[in-house]
Design a protein around this ligand. Structure first.
Ligand SMILES: [Zn+2]
Length: 362
């Protein structure tokens, strides 16, 4: 049976200063939330969050997230939630905090509200997390029954984070249409478990269009900490369009190659998700046999926002061919989303395409 599936958070709220409405926007979901954030994020956000709860009928219980999404840490936080009879989890912060919040909510069977403090990945809106080993090697995806009940993203907060994270989110969003197109072409399934709907396709197209049009203006303003309509457009592209697009439209080569890169040791681990996805997107375009002219359009795009397009900028200038085969092996492993690009791609083809991207970009 051919099944089309679309899923999403119930609500999405974006804007400069919306964090001040956190209590108002969550009190209809739960009155005794367990709120988790790491120390750094909490220092930045506590004042706004406290004042938002001042005249609210709900009262949160704060637990500091220690930075690692380990089993022990998840159990500790889930137990704290149980003890306090939490009826909602609010995760405030970056990827690991948000993934942990989703896991706790899933285990306690209560809703989750996601408050991203960067616009650096497509993860916030989705009902899934990525699982890595203790050494940071990709292991698989963990799927939840429900999407977040609410995603609330304060545009001012996210552009106060380092500009590199904002640019990384642009790269993650840029992969969306490239991967959705591949998924449709191969008759593959999206992460939501079904065929991509027309809605998912339209969302992915809008993501790419918005990024091409507004990234440079937004990048310049965001660097100065100024929220403009272009910044808002990019925050939405990075978070909502990218998130709905990949979950409902499918992942393919770009993310599989990103995951493959986690097999390597060394400096590459310092790169962000989006930086590795940028290079992975170029590799996918090479594997698809796209003409140089088209690939150059993407290379210029990444260069314009200081994102990596060469092996040197990936800290891989001394990488061996054997290591690239390891990347290829992980990227083409059973169950990887590479199958949405082409089931027959080999480790050698991936290794060669990684080298070809470097040659093209230089
Ligand atoms: Zn991503």
């Amino acid at each position: 049976m051919r099944k089309f599936i679309f899923r999403s958070p119930s609500r999405y709220i974006q804007g400069a200063g919306v964090i001040n409405d956190l209590a108002k926007e969550t009190e209809m979901i739960g009155q005794s939330p367990l709120l988790i954030a790491d120390e750094v994020v909490w220092r930045i956000t506590q004042e706004s969050i406290d004042s938002s709860f001042l005249n609210s009928k709900s009262d949160y219980h704060y637990e500091q997230f220690n930075g690692e999404a380990s089993r022990k840490e998840i159990d500790r936080l889930a137990n704290a939630g149980k003890e306090k009879h939490a009826d909602l989890v609010i995760g405030v912060g970056g990827g690991k905090t948000l993934d942990t919040a989703k896991t706790i909510a899933d285990e306690l069977n209560i809703p989750v509200v996601i408050v991203p403090t960067t616009a650096s990945t497509d993860a916030p809106t989705s009902a899934l997390s990525v699982i890595y080993s203790d050494n940071g090697v990709f292991e698989g995806y963990k799927f939840y029954d429900k999407n977040p009940e609410l995603v609330l993203i304060d545009s001012q907060v996210v552009i106060n984070a380092p500009i590199r994270l904002f640019a990384s989110g642009i790269c993650d969003a840029m992969a969306t249409l490239v991967e959705v197109k591949a998924t449709i072409r191969s008759n593959g399934n999206a992460m939501a478990g079904g065929k991509p709907t027309l809605a998912a396709q339209a969302i992915a197209e809008m993501a790419e269009k918005t990024l091409f049009k507004h990234r440079i203006g937004a990048y310049k303003s965001a660097k100065e900490g100024i929220v403009t309509p272009e910044v808002e457009a990019i925050v939405e592209a990075n978070t909502l369009l990218s998130g709905l697009g990949f979950e409902n439209g499918g992942l393919a080569g770009a993310h599989a190659i990103h995951n493959g890169f986690t097999a390597l040791q060394g400096e590459i681990h310092k790169l962000t998700h989006g930086e590795k996805v940028a290079y992975g997107t170029l590799v996918q375009l090479v594997l698809e046999g796209k003409p140089e002219k088209e690939i150059t359009k993407y290379v210029d795009f990444y260069n314009s926002i200081n994102m990596p397009t060469t092996l040197k900028s990936m800290h891989l200038e001394n990488v061996s061919y054997e290591d690239l085969l390891e990347v290829g092996k992980l990227a083409t492993a059973e169950g990887e989303t590479m199958e949405n690009l082409d089931r027959e791609i080999t480790s050698e083809q991936v290794a060669n395409a990684i080298l070809a991207v470097d040659a093209l970009s230089k």
